[in-house]
Design a protein around this ligand. Structure first.
Ligand SMILES: [Zn+2]
Ligand SMILES: [Zn+2]
Length: 361
């Protein structure tokens, strides 16, 4: 029987979000209903509210979540009721050209639940990133739920569902950071700090954090930066070269999404090094690089989608590392808040005061 639960809705562009009653249908074939225990507040939620992602209002916000599987639909085999899961927004299809080539993290046909959650009057909701987890229960495709060790608290585990995974994966998967590498990370918010944590976990010996905000550089140190550079007062490229014997970093990670920052990454990279873009640019931005240097400096210019993660491979492994004390996910949690405090959390995020506010249920 369909259930009525409370959820955070963005009704119209720029309007404050509100908690409303939503209707969650029973899971159909290939779907599961998950009772949410925690969900992080991400810039993407705010971006939906601001109309920056589409015009399919009303949106059911929230997408960095963990919880318990409540019920499963026909044909679901990867999870059972009672399983503790982290949600993801890329349920790979297993059948597209990327999946068939053995690179499912590039899957071009990821899927979501087929049925719609609605408001009481029947208005269909658009769940953020196909999840919608600022609510007591949500309906997703079974492949969007990945079972992990229940010993990890939901406030920490849920963060793997989006920004933290993007940053960890930018370093570990896309950048392929290895033992003894030097890594420079531009932008030290949640994604950048996760890239720093990922670089440390992968064995980087020099990790240089670059930001214009000393508070964020302090966070970067907590996550493992060995050097910090405030780019508002210091030339970042010179500072990175100075910290790497004059050569530049093996891997430069751009976690801002701005062409000027990308150029600094490009210049601060050692010959044959790698640039990883994980920050999301705006549609009007363009990039201008000296073409001869693109050739002459060699190496790789890569983009990282969701950290090139494979949730079924990466989530359980990262939770295990967390439980062993090797990956401090708790440090990303600046505060836990109730469902009705998402609007204020957006404002704190805009002011750069928090790494992550996490709604707990
Ligand atoms: Zn696929
Ligand atoms: Zn997100």
């Amino acid at each position: 029987m369909a259930q009525q639960v409370q959820g955070v809705i963005a009704r119209a562009k720029g309007e404050p979000v509100s908690v409303e009653t939503i209707v969650v249908p029973d899971p159909g074939p290939g779907e599961v209903v998950v009772a949410i225990q925690a969900c992080g507040v991400c810039h993407t939620d705010l971006h939906y509210r601001e109309g920056g992602i589409g015009d399919d209002f009303p949106y059911l916000l929230g997408h960095e979540a963990a919880g318990l599987v409540e019920s499963i639909g026909e044909g679901v085999t990867n999870v059972m009721p009672g399983d503790y899961v982290v949600l993801n927004w890329r349920a790979v299809c297993g059948d597209c050209r990327a999946c068939r080539r053995g690179k499912p993290w590039y899957c071009f046909a990821t899927h979501n639940a087929t049925q719609k959650m609605t408001l009481l009057d029947g208005t269909e909701l658009s769940p953020a990133l196909g999840i919608g987890a600022f609510c007591e229960k949500t309906l997703v495709a079974a492949g969007q739920a990945t079972k992990v060790d229940p010993a990890a608290p939901a406030s920490a585990a849920g963060l793997l569902g989006c920004g933290v995974m993007a940053g960890l994966g930018a370093a570990m998967n896309t950048g392929n950071v290895g033992r003894g590498d030097s890594v420079a990370v531009f932008g030290c918010g949640g994604v950048g700090d996760a890239a720093i944590a990922g670089a440390r976990l992968a064995g980087a010996s020099t990790i240089i954090a670059i930001d214009v905000d000393d508070r964020k550089l302090g966070w970067a140190k907590d996550f493992g930066a060995t050097h910090t550079v405030n780019a508002s007062s210091t030339d970042a490229v010179e500072a990175i070269r100075a910290a790497t014997g004059g050569f530049g970093a093996d891997v430069c990670i751009e976690a801002v999404g701005h062409p000027d920052v990308y150029k600094q990454c490009f210049e601060a990279r050692d010959l044959a090094g790698t640039v990883v873009l994980v920050g999301v640019p705006r549609p009007d931005m363009t990039l201008d690089l000296p073409y001869l240097d693109v050739f002459g400096r060699g190496g790789a210019l890569k983009s990282s989608w969701y950290g090139d993660c494979l949730p079924s491979r990466d989530f359980p492994m990262l939770i295990d590392l967390y439980l062993q004390g090797r990956l401090d996910l708790d440090r990303f949690v600046s505060e836990t808040i109730p469902l009705d405090a998402v609007e204020e959390a957006f404002h704190r995020m805009e002011r750069g005061e928090v790494l992550r506010s996490v709604v707990t249920l």
